[in-house]
Write a protein that binds this ligand. Structure first.
Ligand code: IMP
Length: 202
């Protein structure tokens, strides 16, 4: 059967993508199936650059179509920071709690009406035959002044979805996936995989 490889060791992400592609005649592998795959430095200036770099390296290494994502939080009053630095905002191996504390500190003087932010997710699909596609999903919200909720990960407890009146950390996984940046980007992957299957690119 045709196969595609997810350039991630994060089983949670891999499961989400497996669910999305269930029903298509394609095997979904991950870096868990390739323990010797190279580590990739996410040193690009944009989400696009990082996602493309990961997908290109893993497609070349495996000889398969590779899917890679990169995502993060962009805060308007911080000129789009932390952006590609989201995971490392408070330092190279910072914890979620440290990153969240730093975000609140940086925004201590930002009034309620000016706390807009967005999560952005870019997904790259690269085929060893040279085809490349990029898709993007955005979810807009507001950074609250103290953490709310215990679900999710990363900046979830600080990211309020105004029309729901809840932070990402107060939503169930299903509710979050329906509206999240990653969910929106993933929805656009399905037609591309179908198209590439039809054209023999996978
Ligand atoms: P990555 O794309 O998985 O490398 O994510 C980069 C970083 O962005 C994460 O470590 C989080 O800090 C942040 N991030 C990305 N997506 C989310 C999300 O859905 N909720 C909370 N934080 C996120």
């Amino acid at each position: 059967m045709a196969a595609i490889v997810i350039a991630s060791r994060n089983e949670h992400k891999v499961e989400e993508i497996r669910k999305l592609l269930a029903g298509l005649a394609v095997d979904v592998l991950s870096l868990g199936d390739y323990p010797d795959a190279p580590e990739i430095d996410e040193d690009g200036a944009t989400f696009q650059a990082n996602a493309l770099k990961k997908a290109r390296v893993i497609s070349q290494f495996t000889g398969l179509v590779a899917l890679a994502d990169d995502s993060g939080l962009e805060v308007d009053s911080l000129d789009g920071k932390p952006g590609v630095w989201s995971a490392r905002f408070a330092g190279e191996s910072a914890s979620d709690a440290e990153n969240n504390r730093k975000l609140l500190r940086c925004m201590a003087d930002v009034p309620p009406g000016e706390r807009k932010a967005q999560f952005r997710c870019v997904i790259a699909l690269v085929s060893p035959k040279g085809a490349e596609r990029l898709v993007e999903g955005i979810c807009s919200g507001v950074i609250v002044e103290e953490e709310r909720g215990s679900g999710g990960f990363g900046y979830d407890p600080l990211f309020l979805v105004p029309h729901l009146g809840k932070t990402f950390a107060e939503l169930s996984t299903e509710e979050k996936n329906r509206i999240s940046h990653r969910g929106k980007a993933l929805q656009q992957v399905l037609p591309i995989v179908r198209e590439w299957l039809e054209h023999g690119l996978i």
